[in-house]
Design a protein around this ligand. Structure first.
Ligand SMILES: Cc1cc2nc3c(=O)[nH]c(=O)nc-3n(C[C@H](O)[C@H](O)[C@H](O)COP(=O)(O)OP(=O)(O)OC[C@H]3O[C@@H](n4cnc5c(N)ncnc54)[C@H](O)[C@@H]3O)c2cc1C
Length: 405
């Protein structure tokens, strides 16, 4: 069915943003939506869809022109993510994580890293992954254990206290889990510690290419939702990464991860708005088609009110998501707003998708209509990019800090 042309809260868009949205919508509905049920069943990643996003320039859309990006506003980016989320959450997550893995390179990377690392990613030729979570470190990411031992030019171990200028390379050992886009991704932004005793202050970011000796993949995650977006375990067994592939300074990694996640959460919030919008639109159309007790279900006020509740959830989540994106475009701090947006939008997606299953009755519960998939897909968004409990912690901290001032 045709998605809403101009949804509430999208009135103030520029002509450029509308064009970007319409381009993403046309591609998402033509190329992505039709095969979504089948790819989910088969748990199959389709690389050609990512390549198609690259051809349209979506893989570079929100990155600044100074590094070869398309330079669209972050608000514009949320429009792209809403359209992808409405077609298939798995494709939206693949692209969102791809962008998440590039943003820190824009902000903290050297000119050489901008040229060499970003160029194929911006073009959609190389797929990116963001690698923070470990078996013992999820919400508590500062507890990660993947170890980056400093090496001199001869390959010998250097102590933590040796000057950074003596470091020629790092040897990475450890395990990452739940890494979206792995093992399909080509370029991995990996967080490791130069000394586990330093906690968050030891965490350092590295740019690691697929194929690096000592870097391989373990089990593939068997997911409840977003099943056509791959996720896997990464195994580092002495992978040597040159110092030129360290992103930022030693010990800057935790800050790099948090700042990237703050941006990524707005992107995921937008995809959730799209998922919720699609669930609402499909449910409303179904109420017109289906009759019971001699009249279309669309005439039952109790069900119409459920659709109204859905519209409220979608519009509120979109408004908060756009506000977070506008704050980012204005260069303001986005930590609290991006948490509010991601928490609100993922909860909205879960509620709207659950109600859509209810409105479709048994058809909603069937794996053949694609409605139950929306519910499974929405659930993940309440967990990744910071669980919604972690967002309560972030928001409470911000409010309580202001109250103390
Ligand atoms: C589909 C999917 C894709 C993912 N993709 C990536 C990826 O690309 N890269 C990556 O690095 N990671 C990825 N992850 C991992 C994800 O970031 C973690 O699952 C998430 O951070 C939660 O960590 P955990 O699973 O270890 O749960 P835990 O941290 O063990 O949490 C367990 C429960 O305790 C709650 N909890 C924990 N701490 C607190 C607290 N302080 N206050 C209140 N409640 C708390 C949590 O909310 C949760 O309910 C992905 C996960 C999923 C499901």
């Amino acid at each position: 069915m045709a998605p809403t042309a101009d949804a509430p809260g999208t009135g103030g868009l520029t002509s450029e943003e509308r064009l970007l949205r319409d381009t993403a919508r046309e591609f998402a509905q033509r190329e992505i939506a039709p095969g979504a049920i089948e790819r989910d069943e088969e748990q199959r990643f389709d690389r050609s869809l990512f390549a198609g996003m690259g051809e349209l320039g979506l893989t570079a859309a929100p990155l600044p022109e100074s590094v070869g990006g398309a330079g669209f506003s972050y608000l514009g980016w949320t429009l792209v993510m809403e359209e992808l989320g409405a077609a298939e959450m798995a494709s939206a997550v693949t692209l969102s994580v791809h962008i998440l893995s590039q943003y820190p390179v824009v902000t903290f990377g050297s000119d050489e890293q901008h040229r060499e690392w970003l160029a194929p990613m911006l073009a959609g030729e190389a797929l990116g992954a963001f690698c923070l979570t470990e078996p013992h470190a999820g919400s508590d990411a500062a507890a990660l254990r993947t170890h980056a031992v400093r090496l001199d030019a001869a390959g010998a171990d250097l102590p933590t206290e040796a000057p950074a200028t003596d470091v020629a390379a790092y040897r990475l050992t450890g395990t990452k889990i739940w890494i979206t886009n792995a093992p399909e991704a080509d370029r991995y932004l990996v967080f490791a510690t130069i000394d586990p005793a330093l906690g968050a202050k030891g965490i350092t970011a590295f740019l690691v290419e697929k194929g690096t000796p000592g870097f391989g993949f373990g089990s593939h995650e068997q997911k409840m939702g977003i099943r056509s977006c791959p996720a896997a375990e990464l195994i580092f067994e002495g992978a040597v990464v040159p110092a030129a592939r360290r992103l930022g300074d030693e010990g800057q990694g935790y800050r790099i991860a948090l700042s990237a996640l703050a941006e990524g959460r707005i992107s995921i919030a937008a995809a959730c708005v799209g998922l919720a919008r699609s669930a609402m639109e499909q449910a409303a159309a179904y109420l017109h088609q289906r009759s019971a007790f001699g009249a279309p279900l669309a005439e039952l006020q109790g069900l119409r009110f459920m659709v109204a509740e859905m519209a409220r959830e979608v519009a509120a989540a979109r408004a908060l998501t756009h506000e977070a994106a506008r704050a980012k475009d204005r260069g303001e701090a986005i930590g609290e707003l991006s948490s509010l947006a991601k928490w609100t939008a993922s909860d909205a997606a879960m509620r709207v998708a659950t109600d859509a299953v209810q409105l479709f009755g048994a058809s909603g519960y069937s794996r053949e209509t694609g409605i139950e998939r929306l519910m499974r897909d929405a659930k993940g968004a309440q967990i990744y990019e910071g669980t919604n409990q972690v967002h309560r912690v972030i928001v409470a901290d911000a409010v309580m800090d202001r109250a103390r001032a």
